[in-house]
Design a protein around this ligand. Structure first.
Ligand code: PAZ
Length: 318
């Protein structure tokens, strides 16, 4: 477990966020709006995509972490369907809610010029996907203000933003949730030991010493947002060690559940590991459009409801 000293020295030596004030303002407005809406909406912070580790301060090269962002985007859509407001903390360029069915290059593939005028038209083959993307985005993100998107790239940005979100959500206690699906770097080059300019090539193999990124989940649970409901994820490529690792993480970080998944089957099946036992969650194979997140979020939302009720029972009545 990382010590508080290691955690604070990580933040002290991190390059500060360029737009911190703007992020804090957006967060406060979003949380106030949603929590004061008709008795209060639940708010979940969904983290999505992988963090990068720069190798140079004026970064040309970096180490990346695998994640398409599909889990985070699909989960966000399901949380919104369940009535939540979502803070979507995502890696720039990864999969976005409501856009999962669009082709990689939507502008080139989705649109056509049917005649020689300047009119652009959506191709019939992509009409449903474009309609869903535009209409749902418009509805939840713009008119209902239930989706706040905050992009990150580096491990430094991600952890500073996660801390800002957690601190901003502290006051809504059990009504908030962290759903930590992002693939977060375990190793990094500390900023002060990083070269400023592009590493020169041509002088043989490159040796880099990576330090361990302090584990932030424990401080999120103990300090930043101790009353929030917290779900973390565990990814492994060796299915034999997956459940054991997830169970260890559950105990070590005192989260409410760990969603365990194996790389090659992650879109078919996950296991929700918690103190009440392990539940295998699958997509419905008989429905082609079904995704594992439909069933996963149903379980997580039900558990969050129980958690809120139990937390209320703990508040002494006046
Ligand atoms: O983003 P994606 O859909 O390609 O993959 C999702 C995932 C495997 C990154 C996520 O489910 C997960 O397990 N995140 C935590 C990874 C980790 O153990 O650090």
């Amino acid at each position: 477990m990382s010590s508080e000293g290691e955690i604070s020295s990580f933040f002290e030596s991190s390059p500060p966020l360029k737009n911190m004030e703007e992020i804090v303002e957006k967060l406060n407005q979003f949380i106030n709006w949603n929590f004061s809406w008709q008795g209060g909406r639940r708010i979940v912070c969904v983290t999505s995509g992988g963090t990068t580790v720069p190798l140079e301060q004026r970064c040309v090269r970096y180490i990346d972490n695998f994640s398409s962002g599909n889990r985070g985007a699909a989960s966000t859509e399901n949380f919104i369907k369940a009535g939540y407001a979502v803070i979507f903390l995502y890696r720039r360029g990864t999969c976005q809610p409501y856009c999962r069915y669009l082709p990689d290059d939507p502008f080139l593939e989705c649109f056509e010029f049917p005649d020689k005028t300047n009119n652009i038209q959506v191709r019939a083959s992509h009409l449903e996907a474009v309609k869903m993307a535009v209409m749902d985005q418009q509805r939840v993100a713009v008119s209902e203000r239930r989706l706040l998107k905050l992009p990150f790239s580096t491990i430094y940005e991600y952890l500073q933003m996660l801390r800002l979100v957690a601190t901003a959500l502290k006051d809504i206690g059990p009504y908030s949730m962290f759903y930590l699906a992002a693939a977060v770097s375990d190793f990094y080059v500390p900023w002060e030991s990083m070269t400023e300019h592009k590493i020169e090539s041509g002088s043989g193999p490159l040796e880099i010493r990576l330090a361990q990124v302090p584990k932030m989940i424990s401080i999120l649970r103990s300090n930043w947002a101790p009353k929030a409901f917290c779900i973390s994820f565990k990814l492994e490529t060796d299915s034999k060690i997956l459940i054991e690792k997830a169970t260890k993480a559950l105990r070590k970080y005192k989260v409410h559940a760990v969603v365990a998944n194996e790389l090659s089957t992650r879109k078919e099946e996950v296991v929700v590991v918690s103190s009440s036992g392990n539940v295998v969650v699958r997509r419905d194979c008989d429905k082609p459009e079904s995704i594992v997140e439909d069933n996963l979020i149903r379980i997580i939302v039900a558990r969050h409801s129980t958690y809120i009720i139990e937390s209320q029972l703990l508040i002494p009545s006046t």
